[in-house]
Design a protein around this ligand. Structure first.
Ligand code: HXC
Ligand code: NAP
Length: 293
């Protein structure tokens, strides 16, 4: 099976302007590249303008599309408003906000300073809030409709997770924001959805979640029923669908794309996967024998 095939038709996002926070690396860059191929104009933002400029040059020559690179720390509301203004000035409008920027690292929670905890909450939750509020208010004020906000969360937004507690706390807040505004701002012509990815190897995530030889020690593919990690194009396909007009009736949804990973951890008897096939005849016999006890 080829997981890298592209899903939508070539002009699926033609005429749309899409802002991707954290669009200069990892999954943000993969989604940006595919949106460009589908005809959209892209704004990529993060703290590192040199990185963004290099990605702009690379993706414009690769796809023939247009990219605006804007330095913007999502923790700072003034910078977010300036980024919105720069996007409108360049492309006349913005149709989609993709809240993808994030910060995260593994740590026992008792080792975290108050500032370390705040840093993750500020990037993930406050950053998503800053962008959503600025863009939402702008669309409402200008009576612009048919807008989409897509948030990237994780599956531990609802299960929680040890050792990434600030991230889990912040992503849970983003999920609540997604569902709340899907209802409240539908009347202004906005849709809100989220994607919850399982493991998709990126340098940013792997350096902070699996440093050193943890990469070899904890093979994340083994935790996934499908026995593999995700390919970036698979996520880009889902994101493209959710920001396109093809998903016009999807609102307030969180779509998990994790090969079944979180459910494997959740089901009480899932551990029976360890039982060898040959043992099932004997186990069945033992259970049946208890019928009249
Ligand atoms: C404990 C740490 C720490 C660590 C930083 N801090 N790293 N504490 N363990 N490993 C503390 C610092 O000492 C400081 O607190 C506070 O956190 C802020 O650190 P700074 O370095 O000043 O912050 P900043 O420069 O803003 O950098 C933010 C960052 C960094 C999050 C720490 O890693 C970053 O820029 N990350 C962006 C990219 C990223 O994280 N990508 C991964 C996303 S993966 P004090 O008290 O000393 O001032 C993801 C996956 C989800 O989200 C699910 C996967 C399955
Ligand atoms: P990544 O490459 O590290 O992406 C994070 C991006 O956020 C970077 O481009 C970074 O750019 C930007 N960023 C960080 N702090 C910022 C700030 N204060 N202001 C603006 N931008 C900031 O990691 P990734 O794996 O692609 O993650 C992308 C998204 O997917 C995140 O929301 C993450 O939580 C989610 N996710 C990933 C996985 C996975 O397996 N990879 C799984 C579940 C969820 P700068 O450093 O230049 O600012």
């Amino acid at each position: 099976m080829d997981y890298t095939k592209k899903m939508l038709r070539d002009d699926a996002l033609k005429g749309k302007t899409i802002v991707v926070t954290g669009g200069g690396s990892g999954l943000g860059k993969a989604m940006t590249a595919y949106f460009l191929e589908l005809g959209a104009n892209l704004v990529i933002t993060s703290r590192n303008i040199e990185k963004l400029q290099a990605v702009k040059t690379e993706l414009e020559s690769q796809t023939g599309g247009k990219v605006l690179a804007v330095q913007c720390d999502v923790r700072n509301y003034d910078e977010v408003e300036a980024m919105l203004n720069a996007s409108v000035e360049a492309f006349g409008k913005v149709d989609v906000l993709l809240n993808n920027a994030a910060g995260n690292f593994i740590s026992p929670t008792e080792r975290l300073s108050a500032n370390a905890f705040d840093t993750i909450i500020d990037i993930v939750l406050k950053g998503t809030k800053n962008c959503t509020l600025a863009f939402g208010k702008y669309w409402i004020k200008n009576k612009e409709t048919e807008k989409v906000v897509l948030n990237i969360v994780t599956t531990y937004a609802w299960t929680g997770s040890a050792y990434v507690v600030p991230s889990a706390t912040a992503k849970a807040g983003v999920l609540a924001m997604t569902r709340s505004l899907a209802v409240e701002w539908a009347k202004y012509g906005m849709r809100f959805n989220a994607i919850a990815p399982g493991p998709f190897p990126t340098k940013g995530a792997w350096d902070r979640l699996l440093p050193g030889d943890l990469k070899e020690k904890f093979d994340l593919a083994k935790k996934v029923p499908l026995k593999r990690v995700g390919k970036h194009q698979e996520l880009a396909n889902l994101a493209a669908y959710l920001v396109s007009d093809f998903s016009s009736y999807v609102n307030g949804e969180v779509i998990t794309i994790d090969g079944g990973e979180w459910l494997k951890g959740a089901g009480q008897m899932n551990l029976l996967e360890e039982v060898p096939k040959e043992m099932w005849d004997m186990l069945e016999m033992m259970i049946r024998a208890k019928k009249n006890d």
